[in-house]
Design a protein around this ligand. Structure first.
Ligand code: IPM
Ligand code: MG
Length: 354
C-alpha cells in the first residue's frame, strides 16, 4: 500500500516526538511492505517565525491533499503576543475546521506497571476510557466578541450546535460503544445549557437505533468528579468540544502521564488528523527526554482508522506494550526499578519490537 502523509512537526518537543513516529512508520513500511511518502509542512510558532503566518496556505493544501496528517505539537510563550487570529493554536483549529474532522477520539488507558495518581482501590478494574469529543463546532467556533457597553468592556463567546453536527459525531461514538463494552455516556450540562438539551434529545432519539448500547447521561461537573472517584465504571464518553477538551486533560492525568495519550480526529472520509494530546512542553524541548508514546499511539490510530491497516496498527501497539513490560521508561513515567531511556532510544526500542 502507498500513502501520502503530511507531517507537521511543530514547536517545542513536536520535532523530537515526530522523529520517533516516523521511525516507527518506516519500520512498519519495511516489515509489511508499504510505502509512506512524507510531506513535511510548517504550522504553529515555527511557521510564524519563517512565514509570518501560523498556518501557511501551502500547509493547508498539503493537509487537504494527502491521505492523512500527523502533528507533533504547536505553541509556546514566545508567540504569546501574536494577535488572536495568528496564534499557534489557531493553526490547529484551522486544520481541524478545514479537514472537517468532527470526531476526536482520545483513548485514555492505564498501562500495566504505570502509576496513576489515584489509589489502587479506586482504580479497581483499571482505566480504559474512550473520549469522543466534538471537534469542529461549539464555543470554539462560535462568534467571539469584545466591545464596550455602557462604558465597560464586555465579551461574548457563542456556543452553537446544529442537530446534524451532534448526529454525525454521536454516530461515531455509538459505533465505538458497540465495539467496546456497549455503554455510552453523554456528558453535558443539560440543567443549564440549551445546546446540552439539544445534545440529549438527539442522542436519546439515536439510542433507539442501537438497542445493544446502554446510554447514560451525566452533567459535566459530576463527570469531572466521577473520573477521579470511579474511573473504571466509565467506558465511552461522548461530549461537546470544550467539555471534551477539559475532561481529556483530566483523564490523561489519571493514566500516569499526558505523554501516554494519542488521538485521532476523523471526518466523513478516510482522511484523518493525528496528534498526541500533550502540548509543546517548551521547558523540556531539545533535551531528548520527552515521551514519544502518545505520538506513536497516534500513528497506530492512523494506520487503523485512515489506512485500514489493522494488523500493522496492532503490531505498533504490541511493541509499545513490550517496551513498557520490559521496564523501559522515559522520565515522566520513571519509577525505581525501571530503565530510564531518552526519547530517541524509546523510538529505537519500540521499532525493534515491531
Ligand atoms: C487540545 C488543545 C487545543 C484545544 C488547544 C491548543 C487549542 O488543548 O487539543 O486539547 O483546546 O483543542
Ligand atoms: Mg486540550
Amino acid at each position: 500500500m502507498q500513502k501520502s502523509i503530511c507531517v507537521i512537526e511543530g514547536d517545542g518537543i513536536g520535532p523530537e516526538v515526530m522523529a520517533q513516529a516516523i521511525k516507527v512508520l518506516n519500520k512498519v513500511a519495511l516489515k509489511f511492505n508499504h510505502k509512506f511518502d512524507y510531506q513535511y509542512c510548517l504550522a504553529g510558532g515555527c511557521a510564524i517565525d519563517k512565514t509570518g503566518k501560523c498556518l501557511p496556505d501551502e500547509t493547508l493544501n498539503a493537509v487537504l491533499n494527502t491521505d492523512s496528517t500527523l502533528l507533533g505539537a504547536v505553541g509556546g510563550s514566545k508567540w504569546d503576543s501574536e494577535p488572536a487570529n495568528n496564534r499557534p493554536e489557531k493553526a490547529l483549529l484551522g486544520i481541524r475546521k478545514a479537514m472537517q474532522v468532527y470526531a476526536n477520539l482520545r483513548p485514555q488507558k492505564l498501562y500495566a506497571g504505570l502509576d496513576s495518581p489515584l489509589k489502587t482501590e479506586i482504580i479497581g478494574d483499571g482505566i480504559d476510557i474512550m473520549i469522543v469529543r466534538e471537534l469542529v463546532s461549539g464555543v470554539y467556533f462560535g462568534e467571539h466578541n469584545q466591545s464596550i457597553e455602557n462604558g465597560e468592556q464586555v465579551a461574548t463567546d457563542i456556543m452553537k450546535y446544529t442537530e446534524d453536527e451532534i448526529k454525525r459525531v454521536s454516530k461515531v461514538a455509538f459505533e465505538l460503544a458497540v465495539k467496546r463494552s456497549g455503554s455510552l455516556l453523554l456528558v453535558d450540562k443539560a440543567n443549564v445549557l440549551a445546546t446540552s438539551k439539544l445534545w440529549r434529545s438527539v442522542v436519546e432519539k439515536m439510542a433507539k437505533d442501537y438497542p445493544t448500547v446502554n446510554v447514560s447521561y451525566m452533567y459535566v461537573d459530576n463527570c469531572a468528579m466521577q473520573l477521579i472517584k470511579k474511573p473504571s465504571k466509565i467506558d465511552v464518553i461522548l461530549t461537546e468540544n470544550m467539555f471534551g477538551d477539559i475532561l481529556s486533560d483530566e483523564a490523561s492525568a489519571l493514566i500516569g502521564s499526558i505523554g501516554m495519550s494519542g488521538s485521532a480526529s476523523l471526518g466523513d472520509g478516510k482522511r484523518g488528523f493525528y496528534e498526541a494530546i500533550h502540548g509543546s512542553a517548551p521547558d523540556i524541548a531539545g533535551k531528548d527526554i520527552a515521551n514519544p508514546i502518545g505520538m506513536i499511539l497516534s500513528v497506530a490510530m492512523m494506520l487503523r482508522h485512515s489506512f485500514d491497516l489493522e494488523k500493522e496498527a496492532a503490531s505498533v501497539e504490541k511493541a509499545i506494550d513490550l517496551f513498557l513490560q520490559n521496564g523501559y521508561r522515559t522520565q515522566d513515567i520513571m519509577k525505581a526499578d525501571n530503565t530510564l531511556v531518552k526519547c530517541s532510544e524509546a523510538g529505537d526500542l519500540i521499532c525493534e519490537y515491531i
